[in-house]
Design a protein around this ligand. Sequence first.
Ligand SMILES: Nc1ncnc2c1ncn2[C@@H]1O[C@H](COP(=O)(O)OP(=O)(O)OP(=O)(O)O)[C@@H](O)[C@H]1O
Length: 204
Amino acid sequence: MFVLEKVVYKDIINLDYLEVKSGVVTCLVGESGAGKTTLLRLLNRMKDIDSGKILYRDTPIEQFDPIAYRRKVTMLSQTALIFPGTIEHNLQVGLELTGRPACSLAELEEVLEIVQLPKALSEDSETLSGGEKQRVALARLLLLQPEVYLLDEPTATLDEETELKVMTRFLAKVKEAGGSVIMITHSTKLVEQCADQTIMLKKR
Ligand SMILES: Nc1ncnc2c1ncn2[C@@H]1O[C@H](COP(=O)(O)OP(=O)(O)OP(=O)(O)O)[C@@H](O)[C@H]1O
């Protein structure tokens, strides 16, 4: 799916060759400061490489229209972006901003159930805890159905047991729909249970 050849970005990333497979869960691991977030940003074209090549499905990523590309290859950052208003609004807003039709209440309830957030759609999002906000952001992303989910420590604020439950359901749903996931995590258990492929980045 992604092929990276001789990719250099500042003195942070220097990869000779890397291939990331389609339709699977790839965990990106490595010590703090190793460049994991930077690599996701390069894959998402939030930053451009200094030299080398990044191919997505055999096409150099700079050849895609950036907005269309980010709809296919979507990144969820470490801090959940929450808009003022209800959970329902926060779930629908992604679809609205990308010009897509709204989902039914039943579909919204289904995604909340997948991320294990037993809250009413009418509840105010701003009163949610950090971990609950992260789950709202994950549920919103699920509704957008990108081809590739780039997740930067999506459940880092959850306790280990909840993290495993949420991610097992979430990843199963993504795979069922044919999506691919590249996920940064510091949880060894999550890697053991969910990774089909693991990439270890080392500090330079
Ligand atoms: N735009 C930038 N310019 C210069 N240095 C940067 C830039 N962005 C990140 N860095 C540096 O690059 C290194 C890698 O940062 P990055 O956030 O990618 O690491 P990480 O592996 O995701 O770390 P963590 O696990 O702590 O989130 C860090 O030393 C950081 O300070």
